[in-house]
Structures are given as C-alpha cells and as structure tokens.
Design a protein around this ligand. Sequence first.
Ligand SMILES: [Zn+2]
Length: 77
Amino acid sequence: MKPPICCICYKRLDNLDKGGLIYFKKRLSDKKWDKRMEENGMVGHPPYAEWFCEDHYAKAKELKHLTIVEAMNLIKA
Ligand SMILES: [Zn+2]
C-alpha cells in the first residue's frame, strides 16, 4: 500500500476516520492486475485505489462507480 497521502492535494492523512482509501471501478487493465497479483501471490497498491483527505474523500466516494481516470478528471475539474 502507498502511504496515506491525498492524491489530490498531497496532504498527509493523520486522521483516517475522516479521509481514506477509495476503490474505483476496475478497468480491464485493473482486472488483469488483480489476476496477476493473485497468481503470483503478490500484494501491492491497486492501480484503481487512491487515498483522499477529509476535503476530497466525500467527492471521491460519490464517484467510485466510475473508473479512477474518469473520477480524477471530475474531482480535479
Ligand atoms: Zn486532499
């Protein structure tokens, strides 16, 4: 897992009750990543998951039905 730093504003998440990790909809490449990690018994930070601080968590959560690329475009807009 990556350290808990907001992917939008790069603020470090000291309080994980307010912010957190959001898992977005998996793209085909994400499903392949999952499969590869499982087959090799590896663990890592999923390419479809990111940390969000308390300022950005609610917005990210609303968009988790989208892929990470689509959601990021909307959050950053
Ligand atoms: Zn943030």
